[in-house]
Design a protein around this ligand. Sequence first.
Ligand code: ADP
Ligand code: MG
Length: 468
Amino acid sequence: MQTTDATVIQNHERLGATPQILASLKAKVGEGAFDSWLKGVSFGAVGATGVAGVFVPTGFMKSWVSKNYKKEILEAMEENGVAASDLRFCVRPASASATAGKPAPAEETAEARPSSLASLCDTAVAAPIGSALDPRFAFEGFVVGKPNEFAVAAAKRLASSPKSPFNPLFFYSGVGLGKTHLMQAIAWEIRRMAPERSVAYLSAEKFMGLFTEALRTRSTGSFKDMFRSVDVLLVDDVQFLIGKGATQEEFFHTFNALIESGSQLVMAADRAPMLLDGIGERLQNRMVGGLVANIDPPNYDLRLNIVRFKQARLGVELPPEVVEFLALRVTSNVRELEGALLRLIAHADLMTEEITVARAEVLLGDVLGGAARRLSLDDIQRKVAEHFKISSDDILSARRDRSVARPRQVAMYLSKHLTSRSLPEIGRRFKKDHTTVIHAVRTIEGLMARDAGLARDVEVLSRQLGGC
Ligand code: ADP
Ligand code: MG
């Protein structure tokens, strides 16, 4: 049955039965999955065609919820006396998302109402300045560790200070390490704690789009006013402005005007300000005039904590060895780690499949890289021997002094975690029996928690062996 966006939008009054439907959904999918995906959903009245609108806060959630929870939503509606024959999933306008989703900021700040209702069901809504914030990107959802603790501390300080403690604040890191998440967490926090302050978050690309549009419609005056009336402006991915002559220049003026009027500016880029070649020296100098906070790639500890945290949030539990496998093997960035976790969960869930390390290795083949999949025990023994400056023969010998026994245990540990070989098989290849392997794995696990040097050795080795 066909329905138009317009029909769905006309019916975007909140259904009276929304709380009951949500309660039924929670009972069906469990609290963890409900909190992660369904809590912020609202429903529209059923239209003449039998189609009901389901409104979700972001594009990403739209695709996930429509793919995974359609059946449950239809059932929950029916149980509560709402007979819909089909659902239409839409990204809710920014102004509506704040009232239903969590965290619930006060409205209406610089993020105003959508200009065109017709785009609601297909894309995140474009407000005049700010973009919709992702409800998952709050401080509560951000796992802190050594590589990001400075950036988090700066973000929290800024969000909780009525006066700018440093201006501008500039975040930089490689992709998928949490810049966007932290910027949006700042925005959520300010809206929660100081709703009277106007906050706008947007990408540099969107800044350029708005500016171009203002030029085209000869409304640069109102463009300037709009930006200059914001208390806290967060601009993401400013590397996009490199080489964008007029936009870059306008950004520079906006930047100066905001700072001079005491407004707070927060920026993020994929590199340090001084490496933003081609963005203009004046702008670069101003960027370093505040606080520059870098986020390092996650270390093993942080990766492990992130996987544990995310699976708990999603209300699932993979076997601990699979969790460790993920943390050891998916080292590049958090986005990829999250993607790998979601993929395993989706398989466990949709295929009711038990996820073992061997299965994870197959399912994540493309993330882990071709070379990594074929990792042999010989490779591991050779690499570990090299790292600890002993010979491969020593590893296979019966020598028990620590300078040889410890590397041997590390090699066994890595064989267990980085490959899907069985314990007896690993034992055979090390000329030991499987109980020795179990003992080695436990010993190294215990030591890694206490001995930072050893943890680093294991981290470096697994990265080299994983080839990622
Ligand atoms: P960037 O903007 O640096 O490219 P994002 O902020 O988009 O990265 O982060 C990518 C994904 O990883 C997001 O889903 C984000 O929630 C998640 N993420 C990154 N760092 C962390 C962290 N420390 N704790 C929890 N999630 C994180
Ligand atoms: Mg980003």
